[in-house]
Write a protein that binds this ligand. Sequence first.
Ligand SMILES: Nc1nc2c([nH]c(=O)n2[C@H]2C[C@H](O)[C@@H](COP(=O)(O)OP(=O)(O)OP(=O)(O)O)O2)c(=O)[nH]1
Ligand SMILES: [Mg+2]
Length: 312
Amino acid sequence: MRSMSKIVDVVAGTLIAADGRFLLGSRPEGKPYAGYWEFPGGKIEPGETPFEALRREFHEELGITVEAATPWLTKVHVYEHATVRLRFYRVWSWTGEFEMREGQDIAWQVPGELTVGPMLPANGPILKALELPAVLAITCAHEIGEDVILASLAEAPPAAVLVREPGYQMEELARFVREVSARVRPAGGKVFANADPAWLEGLPIDGVHLSEARLMAMDARPDFEWVGASVHGREAKEKAEALGADYLLLGHVKPTPTHPDSAPLGWDGFECRLAEGCPLPVYALGGLSSADLADAYAHGAQGVALMRGAWQ
Ligand SMILES: Nc1nc2c([nH]c(=O)n2[C@H]2C[C@H](O)[C@@H](COP(=O)(O)OP(=O)(O)OP(=O)(O)O)O2)c(=O)[nH]1
Ligand SMILES: [Mg+2]
């Protein structure tokens, strides 16, 4: 029988450069998984907060000082050598000159286009999350009209759009998805659609988005490159993790006409729902605008999902 080993708390950070590239480091000789690539970081020492540990590790390993960082994903992984609880941060600004103090290599990487490897086994899904943008724009043509949305997409195509049109029948949805894709994908953006996966077969999209009810009824991951899900509580969050989803939507954070009868979570409530953190990137949803992005980051979100706010 395997003995109960204690969990080692680790903090790791991904430096985000202005051009969107991020930093990986190689693990030095003499450590488990030497030569594998990782986000710089290390074990949290007794009495340290994760942020303090992050600052210390970056200084010890790379000689730089972390100035601004926000909590991002949390993941428990069982290795042969230890069970680790990894707290990943995104580091937005730093000072000082890079100095490879452990003889390691570093590499600036483009999300989705890795040129180094192998990665530490726990890090795969984390890297996929780096491909997601800060803002997810959700369509609401049933409220503001398709014309407004299509014109906005043509003028400034967002990096990710979720087509969500609850009143549409299959043919209507397929037509609208094609219109959206034709404007978003040539510019490099991703298109997700909220519908029965069977409705979406053969459409030019990057992923399917599952409502909470559809998520709970699903017993295998739908066969799309990206799978997202809306969740409200712990049960759905865990189901989405077990299914292998790639991102979550959680709300509503602020009052919204979509849910006039239930109280908003607020930012503290949002963070509470993530409880001990989440291995999947979570977009905050509900009554938000891009002005809320800093708050969203501070509370552990991937970014903000905007419905009306995306098209005004
Ligand atoms: N730093 C870092 N560690 C990771 C990542 N992913 C991952 O599974 N780990 C694991 C590998 C290790 O078991 C543990 C981190 O330990 P470490 O060896 O870096 O710790 P440390 O810098 O404090 O080094 P040491 O003083 O113990 O030698 O977390 C990651 O992206 N970055
Ligand atoms: Mg380390």
